[in-house]
Design a protein around this ligand. Structure first.
Ligand code: GAR
Length: 190
């Protein structure tokens, strides 16, 4: 029998990766379902996308996140895999322990470079341009108790050209995210 998977997505902002992932699985592998999107920011645009996709989207407080309440919610929903798609808080140890080898993150740079606290979204692309890097890219990795340091599953690169500003780098990195993140998740869900 085909194995069913119940995947939760965590997002903090726009949610374009969340939308892209859900659309990919609806088209290609419907036995993978997305019972919930969880978000730490009740004003984030991901709520609009979730409404359009007809996926429940819930916000939570830092206290709920750090007290085990959010983990309990995931367990109650029978979630078996967690995808961080533009989520900015550090995952508590009890959640990592509750979902061993089942939490992954995407980072918009070639880790171990440009990772760590404060390195998210456009901050990353600005740092890459300022440093005069000739390439950037994406890193998909397992989540451990430190920022951006779990074992790497997949990387893809793009060129940074001499005249590129951070917007242009962001665009190239987003294109890599949309092209690869759903497929990598697909390959991990056996
Ligand atoms: C993505 O580029 C993702 O790689 C990045 O935030 C963006 C979210 O975009 N994540 C991080 O920076 C994590 N440190 P989205 O909300 O449109 O998917």
């Amino acid at each position: 029998m085909t194995k069913q998977h119940r995947v939760a997505i965590f997002a903090s902002g726009s949610g374009s990766n969340a939308e892209n992932i859900i659309e990919y699985f609806r088209k290609n592998r419907a036995e993978v379902s997305f019972p919930i999107i969880l978000c730490n920011n009740p004003k984030a645009y991901v709520f609009e996308r979730a409404k359009k996709l007809n996926v429940p989207c819930e916000s939570f407080t830092r206290d709920a996140f750090n007290s085990g309440e959010v983990t309990a919610r995931l367990k109650a929903l029978d979630i078996d895999f967690i995808v961080l798609a533009g989520f900015l808080w550090k995952i508590p140890e009890e959640m990592i322990a509750a979902f061993p080898d089942a939490i992954i993150n995407i980072h918009p740079a070639l880790l171990p470079k440009y990772g760590g606290k404060g390195m998210y979204g456009d901050n990353v692309h600005k740092a890459v341009v300022e440093a005069g890097e000739k390439e950037s890219g994406i890193t998909i990795h397992y989540v451990n108790e430190h920022y951006d340091s779990g074992s790497i599953i997949f990387q893809a690169k793009c060129e940074v050209l001499p005249g590129d500003d951070y917007h242009q780098v962001a665009e190239k990195v987003h294109a890599l995210e949309y092209a690869h993140f759903p497929q990598v998740i697909d390959s991990l869900l056996k």
